[in-house]
Design a protein around this ligand. Structure first.
Ligand SMILES: [Zn+2]
Ligand SMILES: [Zn+2]
Length: 256
């Protein structure tokens, strides 16, 4: 399984994009920096998009890819939980902000939205996919993706502390999780459903107690302005836990 980090941050600028992961050039998870990172032919090769929640930084490029595929006469399957479909249909692809690509063209809508049931594993484009609820400000799922050759990654999406129940359901070799801000913002992070390095450390300790191992860890969703501070603190956590934790960046390639 090859994973390319198309977007690794929670702010957009010329050097940072909203979170988006691309697996084997065919499966995208979240659509922050999706169209802005891919050529039109690469967008047409996408088989499916898994969305974790409806916050703008995670669905930003859905209207753009829908238009590109509509003009090309192709379609895309988007998987998520019902609140994401409702938010897209009501607030974005509603015929006012943008075309109703969930319904248009009538015979074969550009976006085929498929509701995914958390906790149940599903076969999607040859991958075994399981959505798992996490603790965020709005209904949110992380995704465990297992390739046909048995390689497994779990992406938490945006989440606050309290992942114990989530850990019971996953066994990844690679954990992609969020670390939005440094430790001095811990109260703010907890309130908004986010992690700091020290909050992540507690979650990793509980993972290791439960599972007896730690996966390779890659952090995303960093605030670019605070990234140096996050990096230093993450380095200390990695040292304490004697494990590998790296901060993702746009264009980062991960191989499992
Ligand atoms: Zn969010
Ligand atoms: Zn976010």
């Amino acid at each position: 399984m090859d994973i390319r980090v198309l977007g690794a941050h929670n702010c957009e600028s010329q050097s940072s994009r909203f979170v988006c992961l691309l697996i084997d050039d065919s499966l995208a998870i979240d659509a922050g920096g999706l169209t802005s990172s891919l050529s039109l032919p690469a967008q047409q090769k996408l088989r499916a998009i898994l969305l974790t929640h409806h916050h703008y930084d995670h669905i930003r490029d859905i209207p753009a890819i829908a238009m590109n595929l509509f003009l090309h006469g192709t379609t895309i399957n988007i998987y998520s939980i019902p609140p994401v479909r409702d938010a897209l249909a009501t607030h974005l692809l509603n015929g006012k902000l943008y075309s109703k690509f969930l319904e248009k063209p009538q015979q074969n809508p550009t976006i085929k939205f498929i509701v995914i049931e958390p906790g149940k594993s599903e076969q999607i484009e040859g991958y075994d996919i399981m959505a798992i609820p996490v603790n965020h400000a709005v209904p949110t799922v992380g995704y465990q993706v297992t390739s046909p050759d048995g390689k497994t990654v779990f992406y938490t999406s945006d989440t606050g502390p309290g992942l114990g129940k989530c850990w019971e359901q996953v066994s990844p070799q690679l954990l992609i999780t969020e670390v939005t801000m440094p430790n001095r913002y811990q109260e703010f992070a907890t309130e908004g459903g986010h992690l700091t390095p020290s909050l992540l450390k507690q979650e990793l300790v509980s993972f290791r107690e439960l599972k007896g191992y730690l996966p390779q860890v890659v952090a995303v969703h960093m605030n670019p302005s605070l990234e140096k501070e996050i990096e230093t603190e993450i380095g200390a956590v990695a040292m304490d836990l004697n494990t590998s934790i790296t901060l993702a960046y746009e264009g980062m390639q991960l191989h499992l």
